[in-house]
Structure formats: C-alpha cells, structure tokens
Design a protein around this ligand. Structure first.
Ligand SMILES: NC(=O)c1ccc[n+]([C@@H]2O[C@H](COP(=O)([O-])OP(=O)(O)OC[C@H]3O[C@@H](n4cnc5c(N)ncnc54)[C@H](OP(=O)(O)O)[C@@H]3O)[C@@H](O)[C@H]2O)c1
Length: 391
C-alpha cells in the first residue's frame, strides 16, 4: 500500500530546532530513521519514504551499513537533489560503522563503501554503531549467539577509534561519534582522546519509558550531543527485541492523558517531550512510513507542544520523589551480542549495560576468560544441576 500523500504540505526546514555540535556545526534535532526493522513493507518502500521525508522538510537522515539499504537511501538522496528539493550541503547525513567491520583495517574501506552506496563524497557524521565487534546475521533469532563475540575491550575500541579520527582528518567525515555506549565506556573514551578526536555525538535508546537521565546529563556536560533512537518506543521493532514485560510508550496513561489535554496524538506527545528535554539539547530519531506521520514527527521539533506541567508529568522534576513515567523499560537488551562468559555470573539480559565485564586490555580479558573456563569446568564437575551451557 502506498502511504505517500503529496497533498501533505511540507515544513520549512528553517523552523526545525538545530543542535550545536562541539565544533559549532549545526545539526537538525529531528532525524529520519532508515531502518526497516525487518518489516518487508518498510524495506520495499524505503526509497519513496526517504524522498518523501526530504520533501516534507527532514534535513537529517539516520543511516547505517547494518540496515543494508544505503544504496536505496542514496537513490532517494540523488533524486531529491535532482528534483531540486535540496543541495547536498543542506542535508545532514549520518551513518554507522557496522560491528562486522570493527577492525582497524576495515574502518576506512567500510566508510568508502558507505559513501559509494549513498552516492556522497562525505558524511556529516560517522558513528561506531556498537562498542564491540560482535556480529550477528541480519534478522537472526533472539536466542542466537556468536561464538566469536567478546566483551568491551578498551584498547581494541581505541584502535578502531584511531581510524575514525583519521577519517575526520581526511575530511571524508565531518564529525565522529558513538552509539550504544554506557557512561563507563564513554568515560574511558573521553579519558583517552584529545579535543580534536573526541566524539561529538552519542546515539542511544531514549523514549518516555526509558529516559537514561543521568547519562544524558553527563553527555551534555561533556559536550557530546545525545540523540535518542526508538523515540516512539518502536512499535514495529524486530521480534528479537520484544519481551513479555515491555510496555508501550504510546499507550501509557500519562502519555494518553497529555494527548487528550493537548489534542496531540500519543506519538506527538512522546516526540514533544524528546524535543523539550534538557532545554532542547537532545536529538531524536524517528521512522514513519506515511506522509502525515513523517510530517508530524518532524513538526514536533518546531514548537513547544507541552506545558511545563505536562513536561514534568512525563520527565519528572529531577528529584527522586518525582521520576515522571520513566520505568527503565529498555527495549534493546542486545542479547544476540553476548560473549561466552556473559551468562556465567548470573547475568541474563543486563550484561551489555551494567559494565561488570568491561576490560582495559586484551590481556586482562584473556586472564578473566581462562579463570572463567576453569570456573566452568569445576562447576560442571561439582554441580548437581548445571543449567548453563558455556562454549
Ligand atoms: N543506533 C542504533 O543502534 C539504533 C537502534 C534502533 C534504531 N535506530 C534508528 O532509529 C530509528 C527509529 O527507530 P525505530 O524505527 O525502531 O522506532 P520508532 O521511530 O520509535 O518507531 C517507528 C514506528 O512507529 C510508527 N510511527 C511513526 N510515527 C508515527 C506517528 N506519528 N503516529 C503513529 N505511529 C507512528 C511507525 O509505523 P509505520 O511503519 O506504520 O509508519 C514506525 O514503524 C531507526 O529507523 C534507526 O534509524 C538506531
């Protein structure tokens, strides 16, 4: 079904809030997502959707090698340029280095491939998609694991980061950043980078039921712009990221109540909160298929839709007594990225995010790993009922 409606009027991009990166570059606060979330309809229609997003006023596109559609997005960008909707300099194009290519020697060729696929000479922002090289096949099942997966090893991350900084020096990418870091891994990165080489942006899961307030404040204090993905709670996310206890942001009673009070839809309430966060210093990425939703998602970055009271109802007031509606309802646990020792110490889902297995050096990890192998052998020998399969 074609959900593009050319009768929907566009938004003047100059009305969209801009965020300032550490070097002074302006970046539109609202980005259009390009991930099809394994939905065949979204995959098939992506070129038209992205072209429509540009027509409607989006000037920030969130791409990634992992979405396996940069050629498609590239065709939409070229058409938008050919049709006179934009010139290259007016769009902020972001892409991400995929885990599969997270080896120092593969960083530059990966960026070159992304530029070729997108049909561009430079990117406005290039991110390291995840903090480690753990790769899972696109579309793989929720319980699939990669036998070669490893935890966060800082020296390995830094060898990749060094290549990212080379890309920045070469001008092929204007800015570099990260995605899916924790505060601890970000602290390590900032500890070991000088002014020019610091990340200027971190993309992370953020929506009203998962606000990550402390980390967001920390990033802002370090002049790293935080930007949220799954800003609507990703109602069409892949099966591997769905768990029984998950709640839907757009169905939350407070979101529904504020929608009733303002006349906005629940998705608009979520994005208005995203827009107003931290005095408009946080970005958001949202994906939509139909013209009306693409436009309304962008429009949220042009005006204050929420009164102070409504904002506080969702966000809380910064005190422990009023946390708003944040319930730490994380959607992406990333269990497909687990390494062999991940579950040995009783961590089921939270291991990517709780920092208990991160290492400075490969040597440190190998020490830990050999102790874990011994631990498992003894456990296997002695336990009456061993429920863990370590390999
Ligand atoms: N850095 C990372 O690791 C990472 C991870 C995940 C996502 N991302 C990025 O973030 C983007 C957004 O995430 P997401 O697509 O998972 O989640 P999302 O933006 O929270 O949700 C998108 C879904 O919400 C529905 N929707 C959108 N606007 C709506 C509206 N105004 N009213 C009602 N329903 C609406 C859409 O349905 P229809 O399809 O029916 O229009 C769409 O499929 C991705 O495309 C990707 O670029 C990055």
């Amino acid at each position: 079904m074609n959900l593009i409606n050319k009768n929907v009027e566009s938004i003047d991009p100059a009305m969209v809030t801009q965020l300032k990166l550490a070097d002074g570059t302006l970046m539109p606060q609202a980005a259009m997502g390009t991930f099809h979330s394994d939905n065949p309809d979204l995959e098939a229609a992506m070129e038209d959707i992205i072209l429509e997003a540009i027509r409607l006023g989006y000037r920030h596109l969130d791409c990634a090698t992992a979405y396996q559609n940069e050629e498609v997005v590239g065709r939409a960008i070229s058409k938008a340029i050919e049709n006179g909707l934009v010139i290259r300099e007016e769009i902020f194009v972001l892409s991400k280095l995929w885990n599969k290519n997270m080896k120092p020697e593969e960083v530059i060729p990966s960026l070159d491939q992304t530029l070729k696929d997108l049909g561009l000479e430079y990117l406005d922002m290039y991110l390291v998609h995840w903090p480690w090289p753990n790769y899972h096949e696109p579309g793989s099942a929720g319980d699939a694991v990669n036998a070669h997966a490893v935890p966060y090893i800082h020296e390995d991350f830094m060898s990749v980061w060094e290549k990212m900084t080379e890309l920045k020096k070469s001008g092929k990418v204007k800015n570099i950043g990260t995605s899916n870091q924790t505060q601890k891994t970000m602290e390590l990165l900032l500890r070991d980078t000088d002014h020019f080489n610091r990340p200027s942006y971190n993309q992370m899961e953020l929506h009203p039921l998962f606000q990550q307030q402390d980390f967001v404040k920390y990033l802002i204090s370090e002049k790293v712009v935080p930007s949220g993905y799954m800003s609507l709670g990703s109602p069409r996310r892949p099966g591997r990221d769905r768990f029984a206890e998950h709640q839907a942001d757009i169905l939350h009673p407070v979101i529904q109540q504020v929608a009733g009070e303002t006349g906005m839809t629940p998705p608009e309430v979520c994005l208005s909160w995203a827009h107003q966060r931290e005095q408009k210093n946080v970005g958001y990425v949202a994906m939509a298929e139909r013209s009306e939703w693409i436009k309304s998602n962008l429009a949220c970055a042009t005006k204050e839709g929420l009164s102070n009271n409504q904002y506080i109802k969702i966000n809380g007031d910064g005190s422990d007594e009023n946390l708003g509606i944040n319930t730490n309802n994380r959607l992406i646990w990333g269990q497909v990225f687990f390494w062999p020792e991940a579950r040995l110490l009783g961590h089921d889902r939270d291991l990517l995010w709780n920092d208990v297995q991160i290492f400075e050096t490969e040597l440190d990890y190998h020490k830990f790993r050999s102790a874990a192998v011994k631990f498992y052998e003894i456990w296997k020998e002695t336990a009456v009922d061993l429920r863990i399969n370590y390999s």
